[in-house]
Design a protein around this ligand. Structure first.
Ligand code: UDP
Ligand code: MG
Length: 312
């Protein structure tokens, strides 16, 4: 019998877990031709999440869990899930029921047809401001233009992955993770299905403007060095313009003398160049920071407790 792992990273999800389990139980009981495993990764929740997971684990042997030692973020929690999943395929979904479990049988059917990565694409982005939608559109355009892998818009982490994909993803152990890009990077046979994303069942999304902004930077810096190239190109053009202007000033001074003038020009040039230099330094710094984190080679997450026999 083929084994299906459902990976659910949880951070402060005590209100959703029981409903989620009830919906998953219906699904599992209706599809007995598969062997099921629900793998909860508790990402250092501060509420009762881990107790609820443990209760479910004692009640239902299909449930296992990994308890991380603190909050490492969803990206790290997913890697923990990749490491501890035992299934022949894996479905990743959110704990907040934004991803309807009812889609899973359809995904499994496509998997049986031979697809390795069945990803769910949101039909609409739901309740989001106009500004945010435009930003997101622009961001993906830039990302797509500058990276060699196609990183898909409106596709989140809700997807089914074959064992081979999981094994490859496990080898990508960078600490600054952008899993969404990795799914595209690994390739394999992909298939898209569409779904309507529901609203969060309870609680609030853990993403705010800054965390989204830093994930966006993560996406760019971990998949392309285009910003570095851009600062080289900008620097190059500014140097050419500066050189021409320099020749002009030199000639003018030699011919007409130097009646000290041009304070506004001087200020503008100094300020503008200062800005460009700082920006370029910042870009270099972003990459340097990434190198700094990677060279430390720390584990991406630390496990406090795993419910099964230690596998790795
Ligand atoms: N999550 C996590 N660690 C975190 C933040 C979130 O494991 O540090 C989990 C969370 O419990 C949920 C999923 O990641 O299952 C998606 O989180 P959220 O709903 O906050 O994100 P959104 O749906 O707004 O993208
Ligand atoms: Mg959510």
């Amino acid at each position: 019998m083929k084994k299906v792992t459902i990976l659910i990273p949880c951070y402060n999800e005590q209100e959703s877990l029981l409903t989620l389990y009830a919906r998953l139980k219906l699904l599992m009981d209706a599809n007995v031709s598969y062997c099921w495993e629900i793998l909860f990764v508790n990402d250092g929740s501060k509420d009762n999440t881990i107790h609820i997971i443990k209760q479910l684990h004692y009640k239902d042997s299909r449930i296992s869990y990994v308890d991380l030692s603190r909050n490492y973020g969803k990206e790290a929690a997913m890697l923990a899930g990749f490491d501890y999943a035992t299934g022949d395929c894996m479905v990743i979904m959110d704990a907040d029921l934004q991803h309807p479990p009812e889609l899973i049988p359809g995904m499994l059917m496509l998997w049986e047809e031979g697809y390795d990565d069945v990803y769910a694409k949101r039909k609409s982005r739901g309740k989001e401001s106009w500004m945010r939608k435009q930003f997101s559109l622009l961001y993906y355009k830039i990302l797509q233009k500058t990276t060699r892998v196609e990183i898909l818009q409106n596709v989140g982490d809700f997807r089914l992955l074959d064992r081979k994909c999981i094994d490859v993803l496990r080898t990508l152990r960078e600490s600054q993770r952008y899993t969404k890009g990795m799914f595209c990077w690994i390739g394999f046979k992909k298939k898209e299905i569409e779904f309507e994303q529901c609203d969060r069942l309870a609680g609030t999304s853990s993403w705010n403007f800054w965390s989204l902004f830093s994930l966006a930077i993560e996406g760019i810096t971990s998949f392309t060095t285009a910003p570095l190239r851009l600062s080289t190109v900008v620097g190059f053009f500014i140097s050419i313009i500066a050189f021409i202007y320099m020749c002009y000033i030199l000639a003018k001074t030699l011919i007409y003398g130097d009646p000290v003038q041009g304070f506004p020009t001087l200020m503008i040039v100094i300020l503008f160049l200062g800005g460009v230099q700082l920006l370029s330094l910042g870009i270099i710094g972003e990459y340097l920071g990434r190198i700094f984190y990677e060279t430390k080679n720390r584990p991406v997450y630390v496990v406090r407790e795993y419910s099964g026999e230690i596998k790795n």
